[in-house]
Design a protein around this ligand. Structure first.
Ligand SMILES: [Zn+2]
Ligand SMILES: [Zn+2]
Length: 349
């Protein structure tokens, strides 16, 4: 009997502890408290978007379910009341954790592309994991992705390529994670110019570089770089081929108010190996022409909802779908923390 009482008591204690860990559900009546209502609605919507992104994964074109899901995310991210809110940060960090977990599994064949945040991507093949422009993201100057979470991305990669010297593309804290792990970081000379641990490469104007690049594990890439610009800033256009023959190209923030670079970019087409994926800034003003120049199997859009921008330049996913509708190349619109796996033909291409 004594034993039974003790058991009941400890069960009651456990139940009490459990109740303390789980706060009471939020009220379902919000009369007189509009803010509480909006916060609760945002929680519900971020959760629904997260589940739908898991349920319907990235594919080429404008799947109506994905368009609706990403447009809902646009609405949440263009409401500045959600900037840096616990719900928004939990959503972003949760998405990145999910894609980081997927990176623990080796790629058996073909390739996969992970979008992390903004223009940050990881392209993975059986032999190489290549990171582009990985940042923690800044909203009102506060980093959004936790260091422990972004460290997992760095741990999974072999090297990082940084296109240009803007804080939404290069983050010294993330660079440090790569360097501390002995993973090379390739960048324009304008990014962290005094740190000679980085590999600064910039082709001369009117030229390009085309060299093997050997990863720490001995695998050799073909690394082509073309000297693009964002206004007056250097913006490296990377075209990287893995040992399996898969080629990933990245536009960074290619942009000029005039047509200077677009006078030579169309002429690079015959120099390029067949590009599998071209990562292109969604706000590029020459989308059909630059896509045609890289002539990829897929163009994957970058830079939607950069939270460091005001909402007029937090480019919406729905707007990307509209801009790419006339593009004849299959286009893929990815949310944060998503993975795109292309359909392969029997030849593995
Ligand atoms: Zn940018
Ligand atoms: Zn930029």
């Amino acid at each position: 009997m004594k034993k039974l009482i003790l058991t009941l008591l400890s069960a009651a204690t456990l139940l009490q502890l459990h109740a303390d860990e789980n706060p009471q559900p939020a009220p379902t009546k919000f009369w007189g408290d509009s803010n509480a209502y909006l916060q609760r609605q945002a929680n519900v919507m971020f959760d629904l978007v997260d589940r739908q992104l898991d349920a319907v994964q990235p594919s080429a074109g404008a799947d109506p379910t994905r368009l609706m899901t990403l447009a809902n995310l646009d609405m949440l991210l263009h409401d500045t009341g959600n900037d840096n809110s616990p719900a928004a940060l939990a959503f972003l960090n949760g998405r990145v954790e999910k894609t980081a977990a997927r990176m623990n599994k080796p790629v058996q064949s073909g390739y996969e592309l992970h979008k992390i945040y903004n223009a940050g991507f990881v392209a993975r093949t059986p032999s190489a994991s290549l990171a582009f422009d990985i940042v923690r993201g800044l909203c009102h100057d506060t980093p959004m992705i936790a260091d422990t979470t972004i460290q997992k991305i760095a741990d999974s990669c072999d090297a990082m390529f940084i296109t240009h010297n803007h804080s939404d593309h290069g983050d010294p804290a993330v660079v440090e994670m790569f360097l501390q792990a002995g993973k090379p970081v390739i960048a324009v000379p304008e990014f962290m110019p005094d740190d000679n641990r980085l590999i600064h490469i910039r082709p001369a104007e009117g030229a390009h570089t085309d060299e093997p690049f050997v990863l720490p594990d001995g695998d050799s890439l073909r690394l082509m770089i073309f000297p693009g610009h964002q206004d007056d800033l250097m913006n490296n256009l990377y075209v990287i081929t893995t040992p399996e023959g898969f080629t990933f190209a990245n536009s960074g923030d290619q942009y000029q108010s005039g047509s200077e670079d677009m006078e030579w970019i169309p002429s690079i087409t015959p120099l390029l190996p067949k590009v599998d994926i071209f990562m292109l800034n969604c706000w590029n003003t020459r989308i059909p022409a630059i896509t045609a120049a890289f002539n990829p199997r897929y163009v994957v859009t970058a830079h939607e909802n950069e939270m460091g921008h005001t909402i007029d330049h937090r480019e919406a996913f729905w707007l990307t779908f509209q801009k790419f509708a006339p593009v004849s190349t299959p286009y893929v619109v990815m949310g944060w923390g998503e993975c795109f796996v292309p359909e392969m033909t029997s030849s593995g291409k």
